[in-house]
Design a protein around this ligand. Structure first.
Ligand code: HEC
Ligand code: HEC
Length: 320
């Protein structure tokens, strides 16, 4: 009996030593989380969730850009290049689809994707579970907040609880709408909202509290040749879905450049110029939505107003 105890304690010492040397970058002392949400925040920022401790969720979802990335596509472990633009991880609570092609239907399900994705964090979830449960601090955090060791589900719950907390509504537009502050919402933004709703037809697709109704639409960024991410089709195999992507929400849009699933547009001005006359950019698109059939013929002033409205949807904490 005594012998057995001796053996297990030696074994656990060996385990601690080996896990410490393996996770060189995680020996830093972590602040003890007081809630599942705070535990999720730690995990979101920790490169322990990737092969070779190279990247964390926050490497591609950067707080200062409303949790989006500022490059057309992001780089995962070993600098591997992803195929799509990193969207904002904010204001996602309660939506029906996640990712550009909607392949996840809940945030909890979504969190597992990047961890195992070869061009993102590239690590089996079972290995993350093992690392957390041999980590001197995380092991305790999970036990005290969940009542048991880390497992696939508790990791997903922690991260998604944190993601759910990332919502913003301190924008000039919202404050005007709810009567809190009517001084920041400019005349240009007001005119721009009208263009958004009527002449620009933006509202036909971007509606609902976050300016997305979780539908999939093709705005013409697919030609089956050099522009060949077929989007929603990959998930449904329905030919009508070729080139369709999730209509993205527009909150904080002023700081989440570059834009579109492939990050092809650097500025909101370029996005608006595209919608104004898509054929000038991509003349051979396949399956483009009929709403974008004719050029909008927006004047320079109307384009500027529309941009002012989009900027008014951005949380003040991000506007410098
Ligand atoms: C290497 C860069 C990278 C890393 C690391 C990464 N992501 Fe992402 N994330 C992306 C890209 C690119 C997409 C879009 C992929 C797609 O739609 O196919 C995305 C999509 C998302 C979405 C969906 C947003 C929406 O509008 O549907 C969420 C939420 C998200 N990531 C959270 C996370 C979390 C949580 C982690 C860590 C566990 C993480 N990401 C790690 C690049 C990354
Ligand atoms: C037919 C539906 C539809 C209409 C109309 C539409 N959009 Fe979009 N919007 C989308 C879809 C779908 C995407 C993503 C497309 C992609 O990545 O291929 C998108 C992307 C965007 C983006 C980039 C978001 C990001 O995070 O990268 C902005 C900004 C935007 N739209 C603004 C507008 C404005 C302004 C108008 C009106 C002039 C408009 N949209 C009209 C469906 C639409």
């Amino acid at each position: 009996m005594i012998k057995l105890i001796f053996h297990t304690s030696v074994l656990s010492i060996i385990l601690i030593i080996s896990s410490c040397s393996e996770n060189k970058t995680v020996t830093k002392q972590l602040k003890t989380p007081t809630s599942i949400e705070e535990l999720g925040e730690l995990l979101f920022n920790d490169s322990l969730l990737s092969r070779g401790n190279q990247v964390s969720c926050a490497s591609c979802h950067k707080a200062q850009y409303a949790f989006a990335d500022n490059t057309p596509v992001s780089f995962g472990v070993d600098s591997s290049k992803g195929g799509r633009n990193s969207p904002s991880a904010m204001n996602l609570a309660g939506h029906n689809f996640y990712f550009w092609d909607g392949r996840s239907e809940t945030l909890e399900d979504q969190t597992v994707g990047p961890i195992e994705n070869p061009v993102e964090m590239d690590i089996p979830l079972s290995e993350v579970v093992r690392r957390l449960n041999t980590h001197p601090q995380y092991r305790q955090f999970f036990v005290s907040l969940f009542g048991h060791q880390a497992d696939k589900q508790s990791i997903a719950i922690a991260i998604s609880t944190y993601e759910n907390s990332l919502s913003t509504s301190n924008t000039a537009f919202d404050n005007y709408m709810n009567g809190k502050d009517t001084t920041q919402y400019t005349a240009a933004a007001k005119r721009g909202r009208n263009i958004f709703n009527v002449k620009g037809k933006c509202f036909d697709c971007h509606f609902g509290p976050d300016f997305t109704a979780d539908q999939f639409k093709n705005i013409g960024i697919f030609n089956g040749k050099d522009i060949n991410d077929s989007g929603r089709f990959v998930v449904t195999r329905n030919l009508n879905d070729i080139g369709r992507f999730k209509v993205p929400g527009l909150r904080n849009i002023a700081v989440t450049a570059p834009y579109m699933h492939d990050g092809r547009f650097k500025t909101l001005k370029e996005v608006i110029d595209y919608y104004d006359a898509p054929d000038k950019f991509i003349s051979n698109s396949i399956n483009r939505d009929t709403l974008l059939k004719k050029p909008l013929a927006l004047t320079t002033q109307e384009k500027q107003d529309l941009e002012a409205f989009l900027v008014s949807l951005t949380d003040k904490q991000f506007i410098k």
